[in-house]
Design a protein around this ligand. Structure first.
Ligand SMILES: [Zn+2]
Length: 384
């Protein structure tokens, strides 16, 4: 593995090459060009490659665990060129995750040089739209899901944090609440005929959500509210209008929000509780709540823990200290979540950097060979 360090300059040159190709998610031409650069590298390492809007590269074999390695080609921002300042390299996507992709490639290069990939099945999927996956997900993630179905474990190369790896990522769901009340003169509010109005009912529901649903790893956030006698809301622009005179009991309120959860079971239970709260109802009001799935979660399973345990052993053997599990609440959703129900998963094997999704993004170049070494030995041990 000493050769990983020796190949450091070539790895940095590869990083420069891909960072200097602008590839924001919407720039599909740029995304494809970055894919072509990595496809060339992977072909030189014995992989067959194809382009399906994502780069899919595959080595066939039957020894040891069959692995899926996940990266992505797109970036949130684009246009900041590669710039080296000592041991840091700046540029759009330098850390998230062109740096991570390079870590993966360098690990595979080291293994290929030793002949350690011979007879092993390794599938690399670098998606073209990770930062904003196209809908429906069943189509845009079909290649990734197909690869997972033919694999035993998935390793993703999103950002590394010292001493930590990711065995759980929260998923995202949304809720849409509509409340109806009986419109009439404000002096009649709380009366038997007029009831409590749509806005008090909305407030009751949100207060109950606030007070009664709390549990670890679950959050729910009402993001916008419109209420009054005349109300519109447009989901596409996340904006609306409301009108209501002071002397009128309002008849309508709409609330939108999202939920973050760690397991599907947790999501289902929180939805059941929300429904029960919504159904209670103040006098002369009614409400309905609709739920939508956004991103699945990556639940922290025993299988994921076993992968972490292996990585921890690799890191200790390399003298770089223990690796423990990252707090799932501090991590957003990622591509690996789409395959979490299918294979054991481990994420956070990529580059060490900062200011992802922001100007001034950089990656620590000194950490690239260390990450590649850790990944190479992990892959080696998994595929024996
Ligand atoms: Zn990323």
């Amino acid at each position: 593995m000493a050769r990983i360090e020796a190949n450091r300059d070539a790895a940095i040159a590869l990083l420069k090459k891909v960072v200097d190709i602008p590839s924001a998610t919407e720039n599909t031409g740029g995304v494809k060009r970055v894919g072509e650069v990595f496809a060339d590298e992977l072909r030189s390492l014995g992989f067959e490659t194809r382009w399906v809007g994502h780069l899919v590269a595959e080595r066939r074999g039957s020894k040891g665990k069959r692995l899926l390695l996940i990266g992505h080609l797109d970036t949130v921002l684009q246009g900041e060129p590669f710039r080296r300042d000592g041991d840091r390299a700046y540029g759009s996507g330098a850390s998230d995750m062109k740096g991570g992709d390079v870590v993966m490639i360098e690990a595979l290069r080291a293994l290929h040089r030793e002949g350690a990939l011979d007879g092993r099945q390794v599938i690399v999927v670098m998606t073209g739209d990770e930062e904003e996956p196209k809908r429906p997900h069943s189509e845009s993630r079909a290649a990734l899901i197909d690869a997972a179905k033919r694999s035993d474990a998935a390793l993703a190369f999103e950002g590394y944090e010292p001493g930590m790896a990711v065995i759980g990522r929260r998923g995202i769901g949304s809720f849409h609440l509509e409340v109806a009340g009986s419109q009439g003169h404000s002096s009649g509010i709380f009366s038997e005929t007029r009831g409590d109005g749509a806005i008090f009912e909305m407030a009751r529901i949100l207060t109950a959500f606030h007070d009664e649903l709390r549990e670890p790893n679950l959050t729910y956030n009402p993001s916008v509210v419109v209420g009054g006698t005349d109300v519109t809301y447009d989901g596409a622009t996340a904006s609306g209008t409301a009108a209501g005179k002071q002397n009128v009991v309002p008849r309508k309120a709409i609330v939108e929000g999202d939920t973050r959860f760690l397991t599907r079971d947790q999501l289902e239970k929180s939805r059941a509780k929300m429904k029960a709260i919504v159904e209670k109802g103040l006098p002369k009001t009614s409400a309905t709540i609709i739920f939508k799935d956004g991103m699945p979660s990556m639940a922290p399973t025993d299988g994921n823990r076993a992968l972490l345990c292996l990585l921890d052993g690799v890191s200790r053997d390399l003298g770089t200290g223990p690796i423990t599990e990252h707090d799932p609440n501090k991590r957003g959703a990622g591509d690996i979540s789409f395959v979490a129900g299918l294979v054991d998963c481990l994420d956070g094997l990529g580059a060490l950097g900062e200011h992802e999704h922001a100007p001034g993004e950089y990656v620590e170049l000194g950490e690239l060979p260390k990450g590649a070494e850790r990944a190479a030995i992990l892959i080696y041990r998994l595929t024996r």
